[in-house]
Design a protein around this ligand. Structure first.
Ligand code: NAD
Length: 260
């Protein structure tokens, strides 16, 4: 499914600098496309060099430009280098999408190794913390802006056999709300988006088969899986002036799952 942007939304990010972690694929890639076509200068941060460079090439002719910087969001030195690069190349930051994530290991708590637990928490929650720690001062120096963190439906309810992922995504909402309150009067809005089941490489890997994906789609109240662009639309809305009175929100975009 392709969503059409309204003419009024076009170019609404002209002059803005945005970073999208995990921007080389899935929801992050769809968000990069929307921000870039709306005029932002976009920096993609990802561990996948090949895909990241390919996206930067594909979107290279957009007005604000799109570049790729390799960074593992769970590595403090990578994150420091990423934001030093943004400061050096752009001199400002207006929008940050903390989207990089991993599903972690599927299985019972008693069988989950502590290393696997830590790796999932380090990427999904530690990565958001490390990035926000660097983004907040840079955005404030730039006169304010918006941060959107990718949580999940798994950030608002439990799921058996996904303990580290669920814990990390609950943590993202807590961190988002605390940061939003800390900066509510600073011109910096901080929100989370909680996608339902969105057809990306992560969901394909998690489900294991086309049949399983079909079943997951049919189980959603709307009877289908979501597509990355439907999440990107919510993310870019939260970054826009249209959401000027919205902060600390954990916005479900899930085809009705949260209603059940
Ligand atoms: N797809 C879904 O159904 C779904 C549902 C709820 C929440 N989410 C969340 O949305 C976000 C994006 O998910 P997606 O489905 O697009 O995933 P995806 O696997 O399609 O893409 C994730 C991207 O993040 C990158 N990445 C992974 N670890 C990284 C790291 N340590 N540092 C930097 N980059 C890293 C990957 O290389 C990839 O480009 C994740 O935080 C995920 O938990 C996804």
């Amino acid at each position: 499914m392709t969503l059409i942007m309204t003419p009024g939304a076009a170019r609404s990010f002209e002059g803005k600098v945005a970073v999208v972690t995990g921007g080389a694929a899935g929801i992050g890639l769809a968000t990069c496309r929307r921000l870039a076509t709306a005029g932002a200068s976009v920096v993609i941060a990802d561990i996948d060099d090949e895909a990241g460079r390919a996206v930067a090439d594909e979107l290279g002719d957009q007005p604000g430009g799109v570049s790729f910087h390799r960074a593992d969001v769970s590595a403090e030195t990578d994150v420091a280098e990423l934001f030093a690069h943004i400061r050096g190349d752009h001199g400002r930051l207006d929008i940050a999408i903390n989207n990089a994530g991993t599903p972690g290991t599927f299985g019972p708590i008693a069988e989950l190794s502590y290393d696997d637990w830590k790796r999932t928490l380090d990427v999904n929650l530690g990565g958001v913390f490390l990035c926000m720690k660097a983004e907040i001062p840079l955005i404030l120096e730039s006169g304010g802006g918006s941060i959107v963190n990718l949580s999940s439906g798994a950030g608002t309810r439990g799921f058996a056999l996904l303990p580290a992922y669920v814990a990390s995504k609950h943590g993202v909402i807590g961190l988002t709300r605390s940061a939003a309150l800390e900066h509510a009067t600073n011109g910096l809005r901080i929100n989370a988006v909680c996608p339902g089941m969105i057809r990306t490489a992560m969901l394909e890997e998690f489900s294991g088969s086309e049949d399983a994906l079909d079943r997951m789609g049919r189980a959603a109240p709307m009877g289908r899986l979501g597509v990355p662009d439907e999440i990107a639309e919510a993310v870019t809305w939260l970054c826009s002036e249209s959401a000027s009175y919205v902060t600390g929100l954990a916005l479900a975009v899930d085809g009705g799952v949260v209603a059940g």
